[in-house]
Every structure is written in C-alpha cells, then in structure tokens.
Design a protein around this ligand. Structure first.
Ligand code: FAD
Length: 473
C-alpha cells in the first residue's frame, strides 16, 4: 500500500517487530456520543486518528440522559412523531454492580460530590455523571458536535464516506471521511406486540420507551407485555399504584403462572391471544381480564435511517448483517463499522474493546482477514445459530459468549481479556436479579469480588481512594 507522507503518524519500534510499521491516521466520523461513541472517540484518537463525533442531543450520555418528556405517539409507530432518544424511567437503577459496569481503565466507583449516588447499583443520574467524568478526563467533549443529527452516510468514489448532518443552529453540513463508526444505540426505535383484535380494543396502549413514572397508572388495570429487565422493573413500579398488573410473558414457565408471591395485585400470564371491543384481553391459558392499559415492554429495533449502503448492510429480523464479529461489514470494511450492537452483555467494556479493535484496524496496526474469509466466518456463525435452533433475532444476543468474544477482541488488540471478578460479578448479579427482582440491588453480600475489583483498580486510582473504598465494604 502506498501511504502518503502526511498520513504516516508514527513508527513503532519493538523487539518483536524489527521492521518499523507505519501507522495510518484516518479522518473518522463517529455517530453518537453515548457510552459507545465516547469510548470509540477516545480509542480512535489514542490511535492517532482525527475524530469528529456527531451527537443529535445537546449533551453527551445517550440513553443515560433522562428525559421526562415522552414521544407524541405513545406506542411510537407514527413516523412523524416527535422523537425522544432515551428510554429511561425515573426510578431506574443499574442492573449491574457499578464496578462490573464501568469501562476497563476508568473504574466506576463511588465519588463524593453534589448529587452523587454511592450505591452499588446506582440511579441513572450517577451513570450520566460517570460518563461526563469519563469525557472530561479524556477531553472527549472537544471532539463532539452537539445538536447535530446525522441524516445521511454513504460511500463515495475512492472508498471515502459522505456524511450529511443537520445542525440545529446552522442547518445542513456535508463532510467527507475515511471511515464512519456507527454508535447510535439500539434502544430508541420500539417494537410492539402484534395482538389480534387490537384495532377495536378501546383501552390505551403505550410502549415502555414512553414510561417515566407510575402515577398515570394509578387505580388502572394494566396488562404489561414482556419479561426483560425493564419489564420487571416497570411492573414492580406500577404495582405500587395500579389496581391490578397482569404480566403477559412469552417465556413464562407454567408453574410460575398466576398470582405473584409478595404482591397483592400482580399476576403472571402466558401470551395474549386476543383483545376485544368490550375491553377484555384474553390469554393463551384461556383466562381473560378487563383492562384499561396495555404496556408494551417488547424491546427495540436496530435502526439506521441515515445509512445508505446500497443493500450491503441490512437489518432483517433484528439481524444487522452481514457483519464480521458484530462490527465490520466485509464488503465495506474497515471504512464502516458498528459499536455496541451486542445485547445481554456488559456494554461499556465491550464497546471499549470493539473500539480498540476498530481503531487498530483503521491505522493498519491490526489486520483483518480477506473479505472472503470474513464472509465465510459470518456464514459459519449463522449456520451454527441455525443448527442450535437460535432464532435470527438473537444474532446479537451475546449473553453466553460475551466474555469469550471480549477476549477474542482483546487478543486482536494485544490487551488483557475480561477480568475474572467482572465475569463472576456479572454471573452472580444475573442470578440474583432473577431470584429476587425487587431487592437484588440492595442485598449483595459477597464482598470478596469487590475487593478483587478494587485491587485491580489500583492501576488507575490513587492508593488512598482504594483504601477508603476497601474500608467502606
Ligand atoms: C432502560 C434501559 C436500562 C439500561 N440499563 C443498563 C444498565 O443498568 N447497565 C448497563 O451497562 N447498560 C444498561 N443499558 C444499556 C445501555 O444502552 C448502555 O449502557 C449504553 O447506554 C449504550 O450506549 P450506546 O452509545 O451504544 O447507545 P446510546 O446510549 O443510545 O447512545 C447513542 C447516541 O447516539 C445519538 N444518535 C442517534 N442517532 C443519531 C444521529 N442520526 N445523529 C447523531 N446522533 C445520533 C443519540 O442521541 C445518543 O446520544 C440500559 C438500556 C436501557 C434502554
């Protein structure tokens, strides 16, 4: 490859690599300044790239910027509705212990200060403050163009990328980049359940994207569809004020159906089979109730309305593909990449590893297999999912392989893999979350893992702070 002189930014000399390797500096756009975009920007700049981050909101933090407002369409189906990015509800606390949740080299530990929340599973404001601390520490703000919505990203001649943005103050801009890293999040475009008869059902419907506080559900009979983490939180939130909460779950085990222990007004049902003009909702097990509200806690779609790849990257039944290791579309690599697509994972450290990999690939420090080899890998992955009976929509569900995947990325980047304490903390918190959904956040008893985490954090934090944190356990 012929590299222009002004693109050569550094020469690495190392004993294991006697021939100097010229690294290439690229001009890179990052779409989004949530956790993924922030860490992508840091890793790209560390690698020597010049970076511009486009952020539609007026502040950084993505999902963690709580917005008390809701969208104009409660079930988020009208394409012309006013859009809100964050799906956070007021009572939201993290579902992971903070130590496990944070970036690998910027520990998410309790801090003194106004508005800080020292709890192990803190409220959402604390996560936003942590992301702001991260951005301050690494001067990421100076790379961000706020109030700047990316409306078009497409390939131009010479393998570069045209990006058109709409800036609230100054209107439309067009820029050309060597590469674009997509970090726009995937909890903003809701999916709703398809319910036979819903068209003539007279009640109210809402998606959890628009759920903020329980008060509007006071004295109501609510049917809540879903069983993921936020469905569980919201059902508990609402049960405090609603007349009845009926949870309809695809994955409910038969033995668990019926009145829920510990709650006087909560029932678990199988899926809804139909809704009727008289206001009743009927479940698969034959039971029926007269309901006021259906609350869809039914998840979100991957959505890239700005991306024009001429069909080279598609979203099909929640599969974004084809993507090599959830990041690079082989035909467009390394100019286009995605950070943060995996779900049921610990997102911050995983985004960090994906970003390191992307940054290293773009500079030429890390090489990718050929396009054909990447496609073969993807085909083999899809075949494996199919053979195991895993539906397409679970392509990016990395619950069972996140640490293995993270370790693979770490090896490529030449850095350490996932810490043992982090893996164990994740697994223990997932278990206790299922066993005690209403209290797991405040009943953690195994301090040994936290001591291990704090020992690890000695690399990044002053010894006196570590001692204070250890003593507070
Ligand atoms: C209810 C809920 C609870 C969660 N709880 C936890 C938890 O406890 N722990 C945990 O680790 N994770 C949790 N998560 C996951 C959470 O999504 C991640 O922690 C993290 O926020 C993902 O960061 P991201 O950068 O990928 O996406 P986001 O945080 O969504 O950021 C994407 C950014 O891109 C911007 N953007 C989008 N489109 C454009 C565009 N066209 N132009 C410019 N900017 C654009 C958005 O404005 C946003 O700022 C939760 C998620 C939800 C929805």
């Amino acid at each position: 490859m012929n590299i222009p002189c002004d693109e050569i930014i550094s020469i690495i000399h190392s004993s294991s690599m006697p021939i100097p390797t010229p690294l290439v500096s690229r001009h890179v756009a990052v779409v989004g300044a949530g956790a993924g975009g922030l860490v992508a920007a840091r890793e790209l700049r560390n690698e020597g790239h010049s970076v511009v981050v486009y952020e539609n909101q007026s502040r950084l933090g993505g999902t963690w910027v709580y917005d008390p407002d809701v969208e104009s369409d409660p079930i988020c189906q009208d394409p012309s509705r006013t859009m809100i990015h964050s799906s956070l509800y007021d009572s939201l606390r993290t579902n992971l212990p903070r130590e496990a949740m944070g970036f690998r080299d910027f520990p998410f530990v309790a801090k003194d200060g106004i508005g800080r929340d020292a709890r192990r599973f803190p409220g959402h404001k604390e996560v936003l403050m942590y992301l702001e601390d991260f951005a301050d520490e690494f001067r990421i703000g100076e790379m961000i163009r706020f109030d700047s919505e990316v409306r078009y990203v497409g390939l131009v001649d010479g393998g570069k990328w045209r990006l058109r943005s709409w800036e609230k103050r100054d209107g439309e801009f067009e820029d050309v980049y060597d590469a674009v890293v997509v970090c726009n999040g995937h909890y903003a475009e809701p999916k709703i359940a398809d319910i036979p008869g819903i068209g003539c059902w007279p009640g109210k419907q809402m998606h959890s994207h628009n759920y903020r506080v329980p008060e509007p559900f006071r004295d109501q009979v609510v049917v809540l569809i879903g069983s993921a983490a936020s469905a569980v939180d919201i059902s508990i939130d609402i049960a405090a004020v609603a007349k009845e909460v009926h949870i309809a779950s695809r994955s409910a085990k038969e033995v668990a159906l019926g009145k829920q222990p510990g709650y006087k007004n909560m029932w678990l049902h199988s899926m809804i089979t139909s809704a009727h003009e008289d206001g009743t909702v009927v479940f698969q097990d034959g039971s029926k109730i007269l309901a006021n509200v259906i609350l869809h806690c039914t998840g979100y779609k991957y959505h890239f309305p700005f991306l024009d790849t001429s069909g080279m990257v598609t979203v099909d039944d929640s599969r974004v593909g084809p993507l090599y290791k959830h990041v690079f579309p082989p035909a467009l690599a390394p100019g286009l990449s995605f950070v943060g697509l995996p779900w049921k994972v610990v997102p911050f450290p995983l985004c960090e590893l994906q970003s390191k990999w992307i940054a290293g690939v773009l500079s030429g420090r890390i090489s990718l297999p050929s396009q054909e080899e990447m496609m073969e890998d993807i085909e083999a992955f899809y075949t494996k999912l199919e053979a195991a009976g895993i539906p397409k929509r679970y392509t990016h569900n990395c619950a069972d392989c996140q640490f293995e995947y993270g370790d693979w990325l770490a090896t490529k980047c030449g850095c350490h893999g996932s810490e043992e304490w982090r893996k164990e903390m994740y697994s223990q918190s997932s278990k206790t979350r299922h066993e005690k959904p209403g209290s797991y956040r405040d009943e953690w008893s195994n301090n040994q893992l936290f001591l291990q985490a704090l020992e690890d954090f000695r690399k990044f934090l002053p010894p006196a702070l570590i001692d204070i944190l250890c003593n507070s356990l």
